[in-house]
Design a protein around this ligand. Structure first.
Ligand SMILES: *Cc1c(COP(=O)(O)O)cnc(C)c1O
Length: 367
């Protein structure tokens, strides 16, 4: 028998979450953001469920090739654009649209001898201060691109630093509007947080939106009840089983470093899941976990291949746990549900990081 851990990608949830994007911004075209191997879900696994999107956005050239090999003939956007001049030949061959965020990328376009007009998304830096042209330099970059015979349509784009905050985009939108004033073309500004929190603010829905995390059923705010509040469904479940049960005396410790001390005699379950599976090592005592359908908590430190759980709430609920009892680490299993955002919160991170960290060694299936 294989080690009992497994992950499940829920395609109906992906389709539902894409429909939620459409409901929030009915007039916008939708990029399904599938970077980082579809946030850890696997591009090939999510492709069928998300092909109702208008395009796919990612940043690895190899992932773009994967999508074309899967049969996607529609738009693909490279969110970080080209990393070197030779990438433009691949953009020609695969018909990839690409972000332009610096002058070097314009230089490469100017020197490129290709066979089709390149579709570019010109990125403005509106306060993230990561990549993009400052508002004051944006029109000049736009004019330089527009003058190149190698360049076709130019879309105006920015990325918000604080869209997960109630008043997080007003200043960025003000900068954006000042930088694009008078320029023609489509616009694309909103990530998941902007779609969920700011879709009604002027200009935010734009012509295109770029949701990622909400497609996977986790909240960009990191606040556990938010995903359900927005009617998003978890697209990934991580499940395992108990591989041992210990009955320990009061005063005994659990796990490396003995960071958990039993206050009274108690039952401890050992789960086949550790940080080498992608479970966060920084999750500590109290992190929620579901054992035999009963909510309980993690105990002590997560190790590479195992973690420990408190079985007393499980016993109190009338379930007799033993080797083989199912454990839900996040997602859902039958009637049991455990928000990935709640687990992430307990580990001091976000659902994004947990999904992306799902390890290759975890067998993953689609349902
Ligand atoms: C990752 C990314 C997105 C999607 O962000 P979410 O918070 O997952 O919705 C959108 N735009 C750009 C430029 C990105 O890099």
């Amino acid at each position: 028998m294989p080690r009992p851990i497994s992950a499940v990608v829920h395609t109906a949830a992906l389709t539902h979450n894409l429909a939620r994007v459409r409901q929030r911004v009915p007039a916008s075209k939708v990029w399904a953001v599938v970077k980082a191997n579809a946030y850890g879900h696997g591009i090939a696994r999510v492709y069928g469920a998300l092909r109702g999107a208008d395009g796919f956005a990612l940043l690895d050239l190899a992932e773009a090739e994967t999508l074309r090999a899967l049969g996607w003939g529609g738009p693909i956007l490279l969110l970080e654009g080209c990393f070197g001049p030779e990438d433009l030949a691949l953009c020609d061959r695969l018909n990839l649209w690409h972000v332009v965020h610096c002058n070097e990328q314009i230089d490469w376009l100017a020197q490129h001898r290709g066979n089709r007009a390149q579709r570019v998304f010109l990125k403005m830096n509106t306060g993230m201060n990561r990549v993009g042209f400052a508002p004051a330099h944006y029109a000049a970059a736009w004019a330089r691109l527009d003058a190149l015979p190698q360049v076709g349509e130019i879309t105006q784009m920015t990325h918000f630093a604080r869209a997960d905050e109630a008043d997080g985009i007003a200043e960025a939108m003000r900068r954006f509007e000042s930088g694009v004033a008078g320029l023609p073309g489509e616009r694309c500004v909103a990530n998941s947080a902007a779609v969920l929190l700011h879709a009604d603010a002027p200009g935010v829905a734009g012509d295109w939106v770029r949701p990622g995390i909400m497609l996977y059923g986790s909240s960009p705010t990191g606040i556990a009840p938010d995903a359900a509040h927005w009617d998003l469904q978890p697209a990934m479940s991580l499940r395992s089983e108990l591989i041992d049960v210990q009955h320990i005396a009061a005063g005994e410790h659990v796990g490396y470093g003995g960071t958990f001390t039993a206050e009274r005699a108690m039952h401890v379950g050992v789960v086949a899941c550790g940080y080498a599976d992608g479970y966060p090592r920084h999750a500590s005592t109290g992190t929620p976990v579901v054992v035999g359908g009963v909510p309980t908590r993690l105990l002590g430190r997560v190790s590479m291949d195992m973690l420990a759980v408190d079985l007393d709430p499980v016993l109190a609920a009338g379930v007799r746990p033993g080797v083989g009892t199912p454990v839900l680490l996040w997602g859902r299993d039958g009637d049991a549900e455990l928000s990935i955002d709640a687990v992430a919160h307990a580990a001091g991170t976000l659902g994004y990081e947990l999904m992306c960290a799902l390890a290759k060694r975890v067998p993953t299936r689609v349902d």
